[in-house]
Design a protein around this ligand. Structure first.
Ligand SMILES: NC(=O)c1ccc[n+]([C@@H]2O[C@H](COP(=O)([O-])OP(=O)(O)OC[C@H]3O[C@@H](n4cnc5c(N)ncnc54)[C@H](O)[C@@H]3O)[C@@H](O)[C@H]2O)c1
Ligand SMILES: O=P(O)(O)OC[C@H](O)CO
Length: 338
């Protein structure tokens, strides 16, 4: 299979390494100097050092021509940029005759509108004819590059897109499950990042394992409530892109979003925390939209609200915790699974 990966950050590179063991993969970096180094060294020294590109991976020359023409020469196109780059990519690919799937997890940062959109909503605006999907689920780039066992979910309303994603990435170290609930898979991927900031904060303040389990469980309820209001199915949140990715990101120290919470608990400013990562932490850019969209839909998301108050400097770390613990008693109110 001929696969094009647009974006050579940690995750695009890791998936190119994984698929490149069995398929022909073209890896495209927007920065010409980065592409040249990647091609010469066969290693992504900036975003994923320590992992060699297999022979099946060719590095594209970003000055070699239009993205649309490059995309049309491949059987599957993967957009591996952060959410910030997705809209421009979809505009460039809007007439692409091949399946296009993205990997980013988040809501777009609002430009002029009051809240940001998920990937499938952006696609509906700018590329409605595109056969599109999303690849998501619990997956740290380093473990995938290292061929450690991983399970992902390929979501699309179009069966041929799901099939192409499974054919491209299912392999000895990776199981890829198909799902037709794209809104649910995207809400899970976006909201778990916000919740991981909360659990990072909780662990950084040494509040204990009980507190972390409470945040994960009540966070899952918040995620599910928002997902249902945005047209998702409840059962999706029990799957890889919901519970699975929430557990990984909220508890795994490889997570950049969790790390933001840990750094804020240490007393770093948000700017210091973000700059020290060297990678995108999508929860920082999605949190305000999560809260705004929940507010407009009448969905209660107290953990996400506390994260926004923390990120915006309205609450200090300890105050954010006190705000959550000081809420009035309530019924457990677990969203139905089916
Ligand atoms: N790293 C992981 O383990 C992992 C796993 C699953 C999903 N994801 C998701 O994949 C997406 C990319 O993450 P990553 O880890 O590769 O990020 P990263 O920070 O390692 O790399 C980001 C890459 O995108 C490029 N980029 C940044 N802004 C851009 C823009 N506006 N337009 C085009 N390109 C741009 C950068 O040059 C860089 O190559 C994120 O949404 C993340 O949530 C990451
Ligand atoms: O490092 P994070 O927090 O962006 O999480 C990476 C992946 O999304 C985990 O599935």
């Amino acid at each position: 299979m001929d696969i094009l990966v647009l974006g050579a950050g940690a995750w695009g590179t890791a998936l190119a390494i994984s698929a490149g063991a069995r398929h022909r993969v073209t890896l495209w970096a927007r920065d010409a100097a980065q592409a040249a180094t990647l091609a010469a060294r066969r290693e992504n020294l900036t975003y994923l050092p320590g992992y060699r590109l297999p022979a099946g991976v060719v590095v594209a020359d970003p000055s070699a021509g239009e993205l649309a023409a490059l995309a049309a020469r491949h059987e599957l196109v993967i957009v591996a940029t952060p959410m910030a780059g997705l809209r421009d990519m979809l505009v460039a690919l809007r007439e692409c005759p091949r399946p296009v799937a993205w990997l980013c997890k988040g809501f777009e940062t609002p430009r002029t509108q009051p809240y940001g959109l998920l990937g499938h909503e952006i696609r509906a605006e700018v590329a409605p004819r595109l056969a599109a999907g999303v690849l998501s689920g619990p997956s740290f780039a380093q473990e995938v590059a290292n061929a450690q066992p991983t399970a992902l979910v390929a979501a699309s309303g179009t069966a041929s897109v799901r099939d192409a994603l499974v054919a491209a990435f299912h392999g000895p170290a990776m199981r890829v499950y198909a799902n037709d609930d794209m809104p649910g898979v995207e809400v899970g991927g976006a909201v778990k990042n916000v919740l991981a900031i909360a659990t990072g904060l909780c662990d950084g303040l040494a509040l204990g394992l009980n507190a972390r389990a409470a945040l994960v469980t009540r966070g899952l309820a918040e995620m599910t409530r928002l997902g249902l209001a945005l047209g998702a199915r409840a059962d999706t949140f029990m799957g890889l892109s919901g519970l699975g990715d929430l557990v990984l990101t909220a508890t795994g120290d490889l997570s950049r979003n969790r790390r933001v919470g840990l750094l804020l608990a240490e007393g770093r400013t948000l700017q210091q925390a973000v700059e020290s990562l060297g990678h995108v932490a999508e929860g920082v850019y999605s949190a305000r939209t999560v809260v705004e969209r929940a507010r407009r839909l009448g969905v209660d998301m107290p953990i996400a609200r506390a994260v926004v108050d923390l990120l915006d400097g309205r609450l200090a770390p300890a105050q954010a915790v006190a705000t959550l613990m000081g809420r009035d008693p309530a019924a457990e109110n677990i969203p139905p699974v089916a």
